[in-house]
Design a protein around this ligand. Structure first.
Ligand code: NAD
Length: 525
């Protein structure tokens, strides 16, 4: 039996009963093993969640499959009504959700607030756009007047979602929303560290009118549950590390199941010489230290034009040194905790390796266990050699390497000198020049004069990674069409020749002449 939290270990708006109820939403047998869930602010296990088994995955997918066609049959209007009610519920219950996210992840409240806003905006965006985006549409047939084609966007069936811990609301549910609107059911495997944010959100979806079986949650070990899930679902939406993404892609290939992979990054910021330095420092801090750097699109490489390097670097290091972490369940704390001991060890190892390679630690570079067991001081490195781990591998923590560049061209070359291609940020007084530079940077999304929010919150534009940062795109039309099977229905009104014997001499000549003419008629091209 799962162990429930003591009321004293919970933030004020949450009760032990909430967790009991959320545990009941997991597809797991009554005698399931338990897994401890840890509160990063204290390092203590505050609750245990059931550990689903591969058999539970089979049950979850079968139940989701049974519910799917009834959900799809409700049509767009009924489905968008559910999402619109969900939109309001997420905003109304935001304080409880923020408490829960802070409890599970140790993030600052402002970082959690971004998730609430994001999920509400995603709901609104797809609820208002999906009927157009997935409307059956007419396409050109093979021959003008003699044939027509129509494309239909059918739901794929059951969508499997495997999510990470760093944005437990946005990344567990944000992709599920368009999947559901397209008429699919969903089976979600949230990260081991953050089951409850996902479960609380599923509860809100059900309260908004989503049929219970249309959204199943299995919790527990990714390596155990991943394969059984991929074997049974009709599409896999994965967000997480590049290493696990490769395994998901291999298994999806074996099963011939389509997938999208939103993976890691090693994102650059380029500070041009024409910036207002104060504004650039603010934006760069947002780009680098949001969510204590545990954000796939946050920056870990800072290239500063040499004309402003001295002034920018001085002010930037001072401002980073002033970022005081905290554990309050209140707005105004700039930096929260890392998620876990293993994440802390990874960050420490990257900084120690940087020191061993001769890098200078300008500020930070130490554990802040005076605040909480997994806190790490926001850190700026300089003189980091290319072969140091932190120069090329994703740290996924509050650690940034800063170096001067002599030109836009050098900045672009260095920005592209990575296996990743998720996001980049350009800070410049000249937007036209920044836009031209953006065209040369190999990244799926690029934010100009903003750390990352401008890109992420552009819900109408596709978002995803180049190179080792992933496959496929979320957001926009791409973000919902991926959850459909495109079906093309073509109708013949009679071929201009006998389909068995082929054309006669005359028909062949007429057809060839017709094709030649066709190329020159703009209306028919
Ligand atoms: P992770 O890859 O370790 O885990 C992600 C999910 O995959 C978890 O639910 C985990 O249980 C599951 N998993 C682990 N092994 C599995 C396996 N063999 N088969 C199937 N599932 C398995 O990632 P993480 O540590 O939770 O998250 C951090 C990483 O995620 C970082 O690399 C970060 O950049 C990346 N990320 C990317 C995006 C994006 O949109 N591109 C967003 C957030 C995080």
């Amino acid at each position: 039996m799962p162990e429930l939290p003591d009321a004293g270990s919970l933030p004020a708006r949450l009760t032990p009963r909430d967790f009991d109820h959320w545990n009941d939403l997991v597809t797991a047998s009554d005698d399931a093993a338990d897994r401890e869930v840890v509160a990063p602010y204290t390092g203590d296990a505050f609750c245990t969640a059931p550990e689903s088994t591969p058999d539970d995955v089979a049950t979850a997918v079968a139940d989701a499959d049974a519910a799917q066609s009834r959900w799809a049959d409700r049509g767009f209007d009924a489905r968008t009504d559910v999402l619109e009610r969900f939109h309001d519920l997420v905003l109304d219950r935001r304080e409880e959700l923020l408490d829960l996210m802070q409890l599970e992840t140790g993030k600052a409240r402002g970082d959690a607030y971004e998730e609430v806003m994001d999920v509400a905006m995603t709901s609104r965006y797809y609820a208002t756009r999906v009927a157009d985006q997935l409307a059956s549409e007419r396409r050109r047939g093979a021959l003008p007047l003699l044939s027509t084609a129509r494309v239909h966007y059918d739901p794929v069936g059951v969508v499997g979602i495997i999510a990470p811990w760093n944005y437990p609301l946005t990344l567990a549910v944000g992709d599920a929303l368009p999947a559901l609107l397209a008429g699919n059911s969903v089976v979600l495997k949230p990260a081991e560290e953050t089951p409850y944010t996902a479960l609380a959100t599923v509860e809100l979806l059900r309260e908004a009118g989503l049929p219970h079986d249309a959204f199943q949650v299995v919790t527990g070990d990714g390596a155990t549950l991943g394969d059984p899930l991929i074997e049974r679902v009709d599409y896999v939406s994965f967000t997480g590390s590049t290493a696990v993404g490769r395994k998901i892609a291999a298994k999806a290939g074996e099963e011939l199941v389509d997938c999208s992979l939103e993976l890691g990054g090693k994102n650059p910021v380029y500070v041009r010489p024409d910036v207002d330095v104060d504004t650039a420092v603010d934006r760069a801090i947002g780009a680098c230290y949001t969510n204590a750097g545990q954000l796939c699109i946050s920056a870990e490489r800072l290239y500063v034009h040499e004309d402003v390097y001295d002034e920018f670097s001085r002010r930037f290091v001072d401002a980073v040194a002033d970022l005081e972490p905290g554990t309050e369940y209140a707005y105004g704390v700039p930096v929260g905790s890392l998620i876990s001991e293993s994440q802390l060890e990874r960050v420490e190892a990257h900084v120690e390796d940087a020191r061993d390679h001769g890098a200078t630690v300008e500020t930070g570079g130490r554990v802040r266990d005076d605040v909480g067991p997994y806190f790490y001081a926001p850190t700026v490195l300089t003189d980091l050699p290319r072969d140091a781990t932190a120069a090329c591998e994703e740290t996924f923590g509050p650690v940034v390497n800063m170096e001067p560049v002599a030109s836009d061209a050098e900045a672009v070359r260095k920005a592209n000198d990575t296996d990743y291609g998720l996001h980049a940020c350009i800070l410049s007084g000249d937007v036209d020049v920044a836009r031209a530079i953006a065209r040369d940077i190999d990244a799926g999304t690029i934010s100009i004069n903003d750390g990352y929010v401008t890109s992420w919150a552009a819900h109408d534009a596709p978002m995803g990674g180049m190179k080792d940062s992933g496959l496929g795109r979320r957001h926009g039309e791409d973000g919902v069409v991926r959850f459909t099977e495109k079906k093309a229905v073509s109708t013949s009104r009679g071929l201009p020749f006998d389909p068995v014997t082929g054309p006669t001499d005359l028909e062949a000549k007429v057809l060839a002449a017709g094709l030649k003419l066709w190329r020159h008629v703009p209306f028919l091209r």
